[in-house]
Design a protein around this ligand. Sequence first.
Ligand code: ADP
Ligand code: MG
Length: 432
Amino acid sequence: MKRAEDLEVRGQTVLVRADLNVPLGAGAITDDGRIRASLPTLRDLLARGAAVIVCAHLGRPTGDGYAARAAGGPSLRPVADRLAELLVQPVTLADDVAGESARVIADTMDAGEVALLENVRFEPAETSKDDEVRGELAGRLAALADVYVGDGFGAMHRKHASVYDAPLLLPHAAGQLVLAEVAVLRQLTTGPARPYVVVLGGAKVSDKLAVIGNLVGSASPHPTTPASASPHPTTPRSASPHPTTPPKADRLLIAGGMAYTFLAAQGHRVGDSMLQADQIPQVTAVLADAARAGVELVLPVDHVVADRFAADARPEVVPGPDIPDGTMGLDIGPATIDLFGRKLADAKTVFWNGPPGVFEFPAFAAGTRAVAEAISAVSGLTVVGGGDSAAAVRHLDLPADAFTHISTGGGASLEYLEGRELPGLAALEDGT
Ligand code: ADP
Ligand code: MG
């Protein structure tokens, strides 16, 4: 893969696909980690005399056509403002993605200037399954620039126009963030130092069954729900960036919303907790695979529950794995914190994705804090992946070097660990 730092960019217009998909609360950015992570590549290109056009998505615009989506938002306006503050220079926000406004800006930009295109998902073509539809948008994007730099790691697992099709139309290279992410994930997939402990939490088990299947050595990934069952049709490639069968974990600690489906599969009561009953057969198969492969699968042994999903709900510790009717599990309990701490103590490699509790509510954040602290005490490679996990960690005020690496990519890092080829990476690897 060619490095953006090796490109001669003086006097060129560079289209940078970045991942600026930050969490918003009441229209304000609640965690700017992804914007900060995009800065090294942007600063390098600008310092070396490029005009930089940044392309990114934000949230999930809905609506049939461009007009409906643009009207519904979210606009990248707050991101443009924050990017300007961090770069300490003006950032021009185009009124559209790759239309008249973007074209005029691209034509009149000078070296050292930055522009941001509007939310690329205002264009329904961005996420189209139809190659020609995506290709048309990719053509309009490519026409804005001389060179393409892929640096949006968090979107690399998407076969989208700005991620996969646009780089094929221009000379292209990988940005610093993407290269750093891949370097760390490659360590996880090629002979991690053992014990290799994986902590998975978060919301839906269906999102993460494929990676769990890999980590416990399931022969073939268990089928997931239709929503998440869209494997990317990818071309086989000899220079594959990582092996297709990633190494198994020694231990898998499961918490968060997904743990209740595992507990239900074992016959425990889960009350009103988050449960994906339709996933119980797959989860049961995963439990059997783990047992067969000798992968230790650790589930919560107690809980913090409440009678409703709210910040001001009263937390109550429930000893034991069963959750009483009329209550829901919102965090792991003290015995589980203790257990997970012991299971992490001798780890040499840790990958953590998904908060073990509803950390957004302070009364239910203790489990997330404790797991973060236990992982930060590990002396070895420690990687945090996932948008919400990374945001949670950054809010904990741990020392800057608490983890080896905080990945900006949730789905992208999981798919990499599954051994899947990421379309965005594949496109950047192709010659030119
Ligand atoms: P990531 O973005 O790090 O991959 P996910 O998106 O999978 O993580 O999940 C994050 C969400 O999971 C958080 O918003 C958190 O509140 C939620 N969550 C964690 N534990 C629970 C629980 N017990 N019940 C419901 N939601 C939970
Ligand atoms: Mg998330």
